[in-house]
Design a protein around this ligand. Sequence first.
Ligand code: GDP
Ligand code: MG
Length: 353
Amino acid sequence: MKVALIGLPQSGKTMLFRALTGVEAGREKGGLTMGTVKVPDARVDRLSTIYNPVKTTHAAIELVEAHAPHRSERKANESALDGAFLNLVKPMDAFLLVARAFDEEGLSEPAKDATAVVDEMLLADLMLVETRLERDSPEQRKGRPGMPVEEREALDRCKAILDDGKLLYSADPDLAVLPVLRTYAFLTARPILVIANVAEGDIGADPAAVLARLGLPVRGLPTFAACAKVEAEIQDLPEEERADFRAALGVREPVMDVAVREVYAALGLVSFLTTGEDECRAWTIRRGTPAPRAAGAVHTDIEKGFIRAEVISYDDFIALGSEAAAKKAGKYRLEGRDYVVRDGDIIHFRFNI
Ligand SMILES: Nc1nc2c(ncn2[C@@H]2O[C@H](COP(=O)(O)OP(=O)(O)O)[C@@H](O)[C@H]2O)c(=O)[nH]1
Ligand SMILES: [Mg+2]
């Protein structure tokens, strides 16, 4: 999964990148800063203490900071999202929109800033739809065949939603993932989560009250508050000291946990687990993924040569204490190609190459 940090310049994207990845500077690639967010999962930690494997690997989300042009580099009336930026964020699965809210009372305008960015995204989508529909008009086609009917209908529906000022994903999440629309890579067809980057003084406060004071949420988008600076500083501490610091400062939940949970929820993601003496690991898949495709997350050879999945749910495994005990209790299942993998399944794939 790929998630992009977006937002106006100076909103705290780089600071939040540090807070979410724990690294000072990500890898630079084509105008993007890239890093990984470790998906917190107590189940992996617990399995690791049981199997004592050589390696323990959490699921990971790829995080990218997309540098929009700096405010001072933009001319008046110029879009906050230029063409280069739009192309860079096309491969993303979801967006974390950072809104600056850490200035003295009244100086930050997070609701206005977030709305401005979302409106730019909506406008970019609308322009794309209109261009494509225009090109498909009989006058422009001059006898050449038009686009397939279902594509045309999907685009008409997109146009109606965007004309109405609504985001594609919020208005119709099923339409947003239609295969005929995939090549368009509409920005608003992907979930947008807003993070209000609040001041230190707001850390311990009631989140609902803080958001209400800031005029958030906007456009019904899922929104949470975090202080990127403090969370980044906490990441610099040794792991065993972090919880105490968070408690002392009143941080209710690390921004990493909140962000990962929200991204998982928005994208319908679940994790399955693999165990062994070599490695205990969590893997991310979309809810509803059948066993062979889940195997493909581990290795394409396992998907190709898939025979069966040996499955124990994590809860059964922990309750019964061992694989042998789970087998004896009938909680060890052999599943075929049609089996839909569930969150927390511990799986051994049987395959031949
Ligand atoms: N007080 C405070 N300052 C912050 C916070 N987050 C970012 N900043 C400062 O705001 C400026 C812009 O932050 P940066 O992360 O570079 O923003 P970006 O342009 O969106 O990547 C920097 O000087 C940061 O130190 C925060 O939570 N609190
Ligand atoms: Mg930055």
